[in-house]
Design a protein around this ligand. Structure first.
Ligand SMILES: O=P(O)(O)OC[C@@]1(O)O[C@H](CO)[C@@H](O)[C@@H]1O
Length: 409
């Protein structure tokens, strides 16, 4: 029954009764981005994983079964003996077609099932083995990383505000180093970066982080940096973290990592230690930054945290109290990457001009998003920017050629 409005006694309009948040993105029909991830990216990934490591017959059969399930079957729960499987027991999607469940949930569960197939959590010889390590290691060892590290030697020749901007943009564009996304790009490779950002709130970001603020004699506070991909993304994130510490923008940085391998390239503690080794094993400024980061871990100014919610199939509006407390007590939380963006604003069909501040209103403190655009979800665009983007290349939302820096103070 339609209830009359309390103020006027009249029946509410459609707009007044409409839910304030749009519908979640579901995997959906062929042709959608979400469906292409399930139909193309995940099967290709299973094949890559199978080829990268000499898995024994049981593992290979389990990979076959997973491929079969995601391409032909319905969502099946984890096996009864799977360690930690109880965390996934009460999910509402078992027995449904993969195409019919929320995209965010489907992807997360796919990665969890992949780890189960490879006995990642099962005591024994394969416990804790990262199936994505061969890709991550090759990328970290690559000559492109050598070039990026060598470029750090030029940094002191820049003015301080240019140093800030260079390191911020390097962390932002590092987000293209995402092997899942590169799998979808295929042989054509990644398109060129577009000059300029679709939203650039970097001034607001630096204002929040200003080293000396009138009326705040306590000095800098804590910055939470919610990491995304390992290797070529995590390196500039770590360099940025060191810059925030060295320039007095942060007294401490909490680096949020994944507790286990996830979304192919997502950074774990192991990946972070590998990056520190890569830095200290370089020469010049990169090595010095690496040493300072090691010291910062040692004296508690760089804190590595891996909360289980970092691999949860939910948006951050469902974060548990201890994580909320961490973000609430930070001067700024910086969310890196596309998946964190989806989880921050909610993986929903937002009109692209919905204010970012509105979509993140629940967040317990100032929050910034640094992200290259690799999925359909976006908020905070002006009508003019949206019109311009829609008039240009069709795939601006998903091609990783566009990027944004958004801040909700
Ligand atoms: O979070 P990241 O590494 O920037 O990107 C993750 C991603 O590659 O995976 C998802 C689809 O599988 C999308 O959110 C995006 O395309």
């Amino acid at each position: 029954m339609t209830r009359p409005s309390q103020d006027t006694g009249r029946a509410p309009t459609d707009a007044e009764t409409a839910p304030s948040t749009p519908a979640p993105v579901v995997v959906g029909t062929p042709g959608s981005f979400a469906r292409s991830v399930l139909d193309e990216r995940h099967p290709a990934l299973i094949e890559r994983v199978r080829r990268a490591t000499p898995y024994p017959p049981g593992h290979r059969r389990a990979l076959d079964a997973l491929l079969d399930e995601i391409t032909k079957g319905t969502v099946e729960p984890l096996g009864p003996a799977e360690p930690g499987g109880n965390l996934w027991r009460d999910e509402p999607y078992y027995g449904q077609r993969w195409a019919d469940v929320p995209f965010l949930w489907a992807e997360s569960f796919f990665y969890r099932k992949l780890l189960a197939a490879l006995r990642h959590f099962t005591p024994g010889a394969w416990l804790g083995i990262d199936p994505f390590a061969p890709f991550k290691n090759a990328e970290l060892a690559g000559s492109e990383v050598d070039d990026e590290l060598a470029a750090l030697d030029r940094l002191p020749h820049l003015a301080p505000d240019e140093q800030d901007r260079t390191l911020l943009l390097s962390s932002l564009w590092g987000n293209r180093a995402d092997l899942g996304f590169q799998l979808s790009a295929g042989e054509a490779g990644l398109g060129d970066r577009v000059q300029g950002l679709v939203v650039d709130d970097s001034d607001a970001l630096w204002d929040i982080l200003a080293a000396e603020k009138p009326g705040e004699p306590d000095g800098p506070g804590k910055v939470c940096l919610v990491a995304d991909n390992a290797g070529p993304e995590l390196l500039p994130d770590l360099v940025l973290a060191e810059h925030l510490l060295a320039t007095g923008r942060a007294a401490s940085v909490v680096l949020h990592l994944k507790p286990y391998p996830y979304y192919v390239s997502d950074a774990t503690t192991t990946d972070t230690l590998a990056c520190l080794d890569r830095l200290t094993g370089a020469s010049g400024r990169a090595a010095a930054v690496g040493e300072r980061l090691r010291d910062a871990v040692g004296d508690g100014r760089l804190i590595l945290r891996s909360h289980p919610f970092s691999c949860a199939p939910h948006s951050y509006d469902r974060m548990p109290a201890d994580l909320r407390e961490d973000f609430a007590s930070a001067t700024l939380t910086v969310m890196k990457g596309d998946l964190n963006y989806r989880r921050l604003v909610g993986d929903r069909h937002w009109p692209a001009t919905t204010p970012f501040t509105e979509a993140t209103a629940y967040f317990p403190g100032p929050v910034a998003a640094l992200r290259t655009l690799k999925c359909d979800v976006v908020t905070g665009l002006t009508h003019a920017t949206l019109a311009e983007l829609d008039a240009g290349t069709e795939s601006w939302r998903t091609s990783g050629t566009h990027a944004l820096i958004q801040v909700s103070p």
